[in-house]
Ligand binder design. Sequence first.
Ligand code: AHR
Length: 502
Amino acid sequence: MANARTATLAIDRAFKIAEVDPRIFGSFIEHLGRAVYEGIYEPGHPKADKNGFRTDVAALVKELGVPIVRYPGGNFVSGYNWEDGVGPVDKRPRRLDLAWSTIEPNLIGVNEFADWARLVGAEINMTVNLGTRGPDEARALVEYCNHSAGSQWSDLRVSHGVREPHRVRTWCLGNEMDGPWQISHKTADEYGRVACEAAKVMKWVDPGIELVACGSSHSHMPTFPMWESTVLDHVYDHVDYISLHSYFTNYENDIDNFLAKSLDMDAYIRTVVAACDVAQAKHRGKKKINLSFDEWNVWFHSREDDKKIAPWSEAPHLLEDIYTFEDALLVGCLLITLLNHSDRVKIACLAQLVNVIAPIMTEKGGAAWRQSIYYPFLHASRYGRGTALQVVVSSPRYDSKDFTDVPYVEATAVHNEPSNELTIFAVNRDKEGDMDLEADLRSFANYRFVEHLVLENPDLKAVNTKNKETVAPHPLAGDKLDGGRLRTRLPKLSWNVIRLKG
Ligand code: AHR
C-alpha cells in the first residue's frame, strides 16, 4: 500500500523475558451451558467414542495443543459437591446449580473428566469449592485424586474402578470469591483465612501440588487491588500463584478502543505483580508468587440472549458468544500481552474451550467448528513455545476513548532454541492502512524466512459458522529477509505470525 506508515522492531536473542510456561496456553471447561454436555460429551453422537466423548471435538482441542484445562468451574464450583460426580452414574443426584440456574445431572465428574483430559493430552487444573464447602472437602478431593491407595478417599477412588491416581498438579483455591455474585462470597479476610487453612491441609496430603489463590474477578472490582494484598498476607507461605480474570467487551462498537483493551490486561498484570512482590517483602520471603490468568477472553455477545433462557433446564445454550473477526484481533493482542509477561504469568486459561465463550462450537448430533478466535490461540500455542524475547517496538501511536499512547503495532517474539525457530507475533491495530514493518534481527542473521501467516478480513463483524470459515488465516507473500533485516507489511487490522528458522 502506497501510504503505509512504518513501525520497527528490535529483537535480540540475548534479551530474554523468560522461558514460556506451556500452561499459559491453557483453557477451561466449566459445568455450564453446553461445555460438558453436548460439548465434550455427547453419547449417541455419531462421532462419540465408547465413553461418550466427541472425537471431533477432542481432535480440535488436540489441534489447539491445550496443555492444561481448568475444571469444574467457575461460579459452578462454589456450590459443587465433588462426591456427587463419582461412583455409579445411576446413583448420582440431579442438583440445582445455583450459579447458572440450571440442572446438573452429574453424568460427568472427576474420573470421567480425567479420562477426557487424557484423551486430549491435557493435565487438569482442579478448582475446589471454597464457597459452600471448605478445607475438609478440599483435602478429601486431593486424597481421592492423588493418593495412591490405602486410605478412605483413595480407596473409594479404587473402588470406583480407578486404580491409578490422577496426580493433579495444579489446584485453584475457590473461584472469584471477591464477587457478590459468587455462592458464599467472602471478604478478603474471610477468604484469606479459609484459603490458608485449605492450602495447608491440601499440601499436607500431597506436598507436590501447586496452589492458586483467588485474586480479583477483574481489575475494575471496587476491592482491587486491596483484595490481593489482604489475601496474600494470609496465604503467602502456602500458595504459589494468585489468579486474575478479565473479560473484554465492545458494547460501544469502537474498534480503536476495543483493540486497545489489552493495555488494560497489561496494567492489571503489572499491579498484581507489584502486590505479589510487596507480599514477598512483607514476609521477608524467598518465594516469588507468580500469576495464573485463569480466565480471559472476549465476552459480551450472548449477554442479552442469556437473560431469556428459562431456569432449571439441562445444558441450555448459555454464554454462546459468536466471535467476530475483530474479537480475534483482540484475542491476538491479549496473547501477545501474556507472552510479554511470561516471567510472571505461568498459567493462563482461555475461558472457555467448547460452546461457552469458546473457540470451538458444536451442534447437537452434528458438526464441530472453529470460531474466529480459534486461530490466534492456535498460532500462539503452536509457535509460542520457547523463550519469550523483549521486543523493542517503535510504532506510531493513537489515543482512544479510554487509552492514550496506544501503539498501532503490538508485538512479541518467541525463540525456540532447540528447534532454531523464531516467531514474531504482531497485530496492526490501524484501521486506516497497512503498516510497513522493519525488524532488526542481527542476532538471527543466519535465519531464513519460513512463512508469514495473516488473519485479515474487510468485515470486522465476519464470523465463522458450521458451514463456512470466513475468518481463517492465509499466507502473505512479499517478506524480505536479508542479513538479519526483515522488511514486511502488516495489513490494516490484522493478526500476523512471521516464522523464521535457523
Ligand atoms: O467463564 C464464565 C464465568 O465467568 C465463570 O464461571 C466465572 O468464574 C466468571 O465470572
